[in-house]
Design a protein around this ligand. Structure first.
Ligand SMILES: [Zn+2]
Ligand SMILES: [Zn+2]
Length: 368
């Protein structure tokens, strides 16, 4: 099959690799029908995520059709359409038993396109499939559920839920990229009185206003802080969601949160940020961080099915899977291409040769 392979910082190629097979009885193999590229994939390509080994297939957000199941898989069968989530859950470790799949210590967590081969490929092996893949209701398209693989649960869980948003609150969302936009959409589920979106990119701000943000701030730094404070009569916001991942935006969040409020950090940081405790110590502020658990994925899928969430707004560019290199170029140079989220569509009618039974037997001996 063909796949998008990481070859060290700055190097990627769409190339022929061996077809994935069932390696453990809890695995499935799926044909990839739709897959997207994440900002995190760009971080990997910059060399910011050194644990990703050269030779790894990238990608952790996809929708596919099951073509093969391991002997221990009981809830999925060939032909089922499934969402492969960015987070894998073993379902049995202490963290998974608490629904904290992002912290899985039994071989899951964020592994796809990170510690094992990912889903930017024609086929992909999904470990612990019973507890990690989600069957898709018949009425929903691949693209409608694709963004449940990462950005929607990430913004909802790490931003909105961790930030304890309540009806009537004022929320500021700093950063209007895909994560910020998903935060706007999922914050609206709680009927905040205002959603102030902060981003210097007018196009991104306009998209956020179209998705339910009520106010926009395109200034940066102290001017952005002053604008948010003036919009809240000098009080600050109940919840500030950081959706960028650089020191300036984190520090802005701590400047615009009201006394007693929450800062929920969603951004992926590569550098230290300053925590101004000399100002914050007296403000009774709660700061939360984290990796998504994806324990809200079924609930968010219900909301899409019910028409209460419409993720169609994320997609700006569509490519076929074998145009993956062009899709990366467009996504990486968003200023030029105007790309927000790109969708790669697979060939829906290819079939995989069933895995060699000897491979299955070998996996069984590992006792998983
Ligand atoms: Zn992602
Ligand atoms: Zn686990």
């Amino acid at each position: 099959m063909k796949a998008l392979v990481y070859h060290g910082p700055g190097a990627r190629s769409w190339e022929t690799v061996p077809d994935p097979g069932i390696a453990a009885p809890t695995d499935i193999v799926m044909r990839v029908d739709a897959v997207t590229i994440c900002g995190t994939d760009l971080h990997i390509l910059k060399g910011d995520v050194p644990e990703v080994q050269p030779g790894t297939i990238l990608g952790h957000e996809a929708v596919g059709t099951v073509v093969n199941t391991g002997g221990a898989v009981t809830t999925l069968k060939g032909g089922d359409r499934v969402l492969a989530s960015c987070i894998t859950s073993c379902g049995r470790c202490p963290a998974c038993r608490e629904g904290r799949y992002g912290l899985c210590s039994g071989g899951g967590g964020w592994i796809l396109g990170h510690l094992i081969d990912g889903v930017q490929a024609e086929y992909a092996r999904i470990p612990f499939a019973d507890t990690s893949a989600y069957r898709i209701p018949a009425g929903l398209t691949d693209e409608q559920v694709l963004f449940l693989a990462d950005i929607l649960p990430t913004s909802f869980e790490v931003g909105v839920l961790a930030g304890r948003l309540r009806p009537g609150d004022t929320v500021a969302i700093v950063g209007a990229g895909p994560i910020g936009l998903a935060a706007v959409m999922t914050a609206n589920l709680f009927t905040p009185s205002r959603i102030i979106v902060v981003d210097p990119d007018q196009g991104r701000v306009d998209r956020a206003l179209g998705c339910g943000a009520t106010d926009s701030v395109t200034e940066t730094g102290e001017a952005a802080r002053d604008r948010v404070l003036s919009l809240t009569r000098g009080v600050g916001v109940d919840l500030a969601i950081e959706a960028v991942g650089v020191p300036e935006t984190f520090e802005l969040c701590t400047d615009i949160v009201r006394a007693g409020g929450h800062v929920a950090n969603v951004g992926v940081h590569g550098k230290p940020a300053t925590l101004h405790l000399e100002r914050l110590w007296i403000k009774d502020v709660t700061i939360t961080t984290g990796l998504v658990d994806t324990n809200t994925t079924p609930r968010l899928m219900q909301l899409i099915e019910a028409g209460k969430l419409d993720p169609a707004v994320f997609t700006t560019h569509r490519f076929s899977l074998d145009e993956a290199m062009d899709a990366y170029d467009a996504f990486a140079d968003a200023a030029m291409s105007g790309a927000f989220k790109v969708v790669l569509e697979g060939e829906k009618h290819r079939q995989l040769v069933p895995a060699d039974p000897a491979v299955l037997g070998a996996a069984d001996h590992r006792g998983r």
